[in-house]
Design a protein. Structure first.
Length: 168
């Protein structure tokens, strides 16, 4: 890659970082519950994008591509650490940074609610409600059919509504 195309690629990446970094961080943080690890995962995804031979212009839906990549990074993170999503009882740790309190509190509220759902439904709910992904994008990110995404979402919402009604 010559220096001109490398400079162009670097400018494209800077634009992507400015536009997508906060959404990607929130996506990772709400799955793993640790600021430093979430930042590392986002940085790995962006670095892989920069180092890949694929032309950025050839990616049809950049946001979807980034979420899919980050979703896979989170799965790899859990496999390497041999852990699941942070259990709600273990999430009582004080956030690493004071500015994380708000997102950490949100993580706890969401984790407590979602803890009653099967893992597949939890991820669909997170992608739809927390990350504001469209159903078709969720299907591509998770590698499942659109009908499966919609049914998981519907069953999860029904379960959560029933749970909330029982707690009243």
């Amino acid at each position: 890659m010559d220096s001109t195309s490398q400079q162009t690629r670097l400018k494209q990446l800077e634009r992507i970082v400015v536009q997508e970094q906060d959404k990607l961080f929130k996506f990772a943080y709400l799955r793993i519950g640790n600021r430093d690890d979430a930042e590392d995962l986002v940085q790995e995804v962006l670095l892989k994008l920069f180092c890949s031979e694929e032309h950025l212009n050839s990616i049809r839906n950049l946001e979807q591509y980034l979420f899919k990549s980050l979703h896979n990074q989170c799965l790899d993170y859990f496999r390497k650490k041999n852990i699941q999503l942070l259990p709600i009882d273990e999430a009582t740790l004080i956030p690493d940074h004071e500015e994380d309190q708000e997102i950490f509190d949100e993580y706890l509220r969401i984790a407590k609610l979602l803890n009653t759902l099967p893992a597949e439904q939890q991820e669909v709910i997170r992608l739809r409600c927390t990350d504001q992904c469209k159903f078709k994008d969720i299907a591509k990110i998770l590698g499942i059919s659109l009908a499966t995404v919609k049914s998981r979402y519907r069953y999860a919402i029904q379960h959560l509504q029933n749970s909330l009604n029982l707690n009243r």
